[in-house]
Design a protein around this ligand. Sequence first.
Ligand code: ADP
Ligand code: MG
Length: 424
Amino acid sequence: MFVELLPEHVRKLISAGEVIESPADCVKELIENSLDAKATKIEVELVKGGKSYISVKDDGIGIHPQDIDKVILEYATSKIRSLEDLSYLQTYGFRGEALTAIAKVSRMLISSRFFQENAGMQMKVESGKVIYKRETGMSTGTKIEVFDLFYNLPARQKFLKKEDTERNKVLKLIKEYAIAKHNVHFVFVSNNRQVLNLPKVKDKKTRLEDLFNSPFEEFYREEDYIRLNLFVSTENQKGDLHVFVNSRPVFNRNLVEHLRRIVGYKKVGVCFIDIPSYMVDFNVHPKKREVKIYKERKVMEMLSNVFRKPKTTVTLSQEKPSYTTEPILVGTMDDTVAIIRLGDFLYFFDLHLLSERLNYEMGMDETKSCKLAFKSGDKIQREEILNLVSRWMEFSNPHVCPHGRPIYYKIYLGDIYKNLGRGY
Ligand code: ADP
Ligand code: MG
């Protein structure tokens, strides 16, 4: 029907490997299958950190009844047919090996109703062998249940971490997909307790604000068919950086380090890169966790520029850019912090970091920038401070020092007045 075995020459080029080493690996593959099936709601359930039970249920298009035995065969996929398809990947899956791999190391129950059928099919598989297949009543979609992971591989079972650790890995993973797909409803239940319920939302910013409990600012840039969206939390938190390439959570050391340098290590920074599929290769790592980008330097350059605030106005992207004002020095604290009123905000600048950043922007290296910067406790003249702040408005990265520490902290004047019971 729709699922076919990949031809030999395509198999050889696919970076196959041990894709299933933990419950999180199962959940990742199952969630990706659900997303590929156009699910709008995905429910993940674990018992004992997934060691005794994992299930992923979706409302996607389902598996055709004639395909159900095929899905557990090696290299069985409905997603690619030829080598050319690998260069135009639109799906998470393409190797046709996840269900086989899970089926071999567990007892698995696949229940699925294809959207054009009136009933579902259920198939029980143990160590890769079909035990039974029968019709079942269910709504459109697919539910894959995995019992007793690695029951037939005690050696690998021993390598599983504590239940909590495995559960947390899964939680982290679900959050990543919830960020990637804000228009999908995710539910996570662990040991009969609901841990996460994230209904679909209108945009990525809302999803991030729900998940991280902080407002986010959005920055956007598009060049050479590459689109870049960067979201940065406006409140300081424990730093947390995420990179997505074409909606896939990925790890790319260069990109993450670069991101850390520009957003600092106290912010949540989430970067979405949308790039034509022929410019990326996900087929370099068995778990597709790593990605090769053919225009990596271009992406890094765009990332630096996207965080550059518009010159001439003092407003950061989300603030009303209705006017620009002169900075007003309200005072200094401990010869370390300058308090400045600017536009609708009260800024607290770290004077050392501010002058260090200025030195850096003028072309000094990190060490020299730091050495020649004002030190905490230096007596700095009011004019010097105002001069620093007006130069700050022109910085290419006004947010963090060369080492990634935030240069300033700001409070919305409206909040100050609101807390005093006055209007603003
Ligand atoms: P791949 O995702 O690489 O194609 P898998 O082993 O993960 O390989 O899945 C094999 C096939 O089973 C898929 O190509 C798809 O046709 C079908 N399938 C798996 N999970 C689902 C699902 N949740 N909904 C619909 N079809 C599915
Ligand atoms: Mg898959």
